[in-house]
Design a protein around this ligand. Structure first.
Ligand SMILES: Cc1ncc(COP(=O)(O)O)c(C=O)c1O
Length: 410
């Protein structure tokens, strides 16, 4: 292997043309012919591509069973799922101030924008530096009389500290809405995410571990919440109710039967894929221990299964000749290992959010977020599809990191 880094013109550790990583989605002609095409054909020939079809209902039942919840309501996007979950849990019609919702400052924009869209105010709080998920102590400190809910994000697939959050929620009479967009299949002490709070919201957007290109799901055990979410999704109708009866006010967030048909096929593979990601991630973490300056993801004791949508490691420039994290990401990518710095800054500092906070200061409260700031500077993300291959693939990641370290320290 050439010692010259690929970023400086050397030969990469992995030639991704000859040795591609597992693709995502894992589409094959064989799967199309044997599984997908027959399911899509069934929808097509039934003539029921939207209302009246059975794929959405069946997929909802399957997903509820998978998540260990009583109900699951299919939505067009994860963002809509969060909005609907908030509307359901807090009984919001969206016309008056909905109170405050506490969210982590290290997350995708939709976690907070969905809260604002429902006319709630956002409190951004810090994360735990090891799990990258909302810090219960920061939640507790942020609670004020207008607080109504906590919105933990199972970031990258690592379940948040739900035991501590549930205890806080109970003591203060708050709802818990789980953002499970990055955590399909993840489990907290043996219970799947989406079944740990009052309501859960999932995304099936194209990068997610279960995908139909776009899509989302709301999970809950509570019938009232299910009814409100259903009404939100289906122009105010009741589940099983008359077509032209609208017991509540709602919107049209009905998805297509075709998406549910595809997801039914892919859901069958999710558990096996999640287990494979967990095995490969454990192998990689063990091998990376030998490399100073790289901290593999730390799993909290409550994690019985990680979702591994993201493998978030921390990088210390001190062990890499003082080279900045962004240079490391460029060098690792050039060696054939796709990676990213992830979220660039606390969400509260992203211009879109900062602009809202400046224009409407009453809508956003931002708490000190030193862990979030540090994680934004140190983190390197590897994506879930890398973990759908073999241990040989993991060896390539280790070799690439070791090569970079050797080059920068000599
Ligand atoms: C943490 C988190 N929340 C919410 C979403 C929103 O999901 P969607 O893109 O399906 O609207 C995403 C994904 O994009 C996400 O990563």
């Amino acid at each position: 292997m050439s010692n010259t880094l690929a970023v400086s013109g050397g030969t990469p550790v992995r030639n991704t043309e000859t040795h591609p990583w597992a693709s995502w989605p894992l589409n094959t002609a064989e799967e199309w012919e044997s599984k997908i095409e027959p399911r899509l054909r069934e929808v097509y020939l039934s003539g029921n591509e939207g209302s009246g079809g059975t794929m959405i209902d069946t997929f909802g039942e399957q997903y509820a069973r998978y998540s260990g919840t009583t109900y699951a309501i299919f939505m067009p996007h994860g963002t809509d799922a969060i909005s609907a979950a908030l509307a359901g849990a807090l009984d919001l019609d969206g016309f008056s101030d909905g109170g405050e919702v506490i969210v982590p400052n290290y997350t995708f924009v939709a976690t907070a924008s969905a809260v604002l869209e429902r006319r709630c105010t956002v409190a951004f709080v810090d994360i735990d530096a090891d799990t990258f998920t909302i810090a219960p102590s920061a939640v507790e400190a942020a609670i004020q009389p207008s607080t109504r809910a906590i919105l933990p994000v199972h970031l990258g697939g690592h379940p948040a500290d739900m035991g501590a959050l549930r205890e806080i929620a109970q003591r203060h009479g708050l709802a818990i809405i789980e953002d499970c967009a990055q955590a399909h299949g993840a489990a907290y002490r043996g219970k799947k995410v989406g079944s740990l709070g009052n309501v859960g919201a999932f995304s099936f957007q194209s990068s997610k571990n279960l995908t139909s290109g776009e899509g989302g799901m709301v999970t809950t055990d509570e019938r009232d919440i299910r009814d409100r979410v259903y009404a939100f999704m289906n122009v105010g109708r009741a589940p099983g109710g008359a077509r032209w009866a609208y017991p509540r006010l709602g919107w049209n967030y009905r998805p297509s039967e075709y998406l549910a048909a595809i997801l039914q096929v892919r859901l069958e593979l999710l558990e096996t894929q999640t287990d494979l990601r967990n095995r490969n991630a454990a192998y990689l973490s063990n091998a990376l221990k030998a490399i100073s300056g790289i901290t593999p993801p730390r799993l909290a004791p409550w994690v019985t299964k990680h979702g591994y949508h993201l493998y978030c490691l921390k990088y210390d420039p001190g062990a890499f000749g003082g080279k900045a994290r962004d240079e490391f990401v460029s060098a690792l990518s050039a060696e054939g290992v796709p990676c990213s710095i992830g979220y660039r800054s606390p969400l509260s500092q992203e211009p879109g959010m900062a602009h809202v906070a400046e224009k409407y200061p009453h809508l956003i409260r931002t708490w000190p977020s030193p862990n979030t700031e540090r994680v934004c500077e140190q983190s390197v993300w590897l994506f879930q599809n890398l973990f759908l291959g073999s241990e040989r693939d993991m060896d390539d990641i280790v070799s690439a990191v070791a090569k970079i370290q050797h080059a920068w320290n000599s």
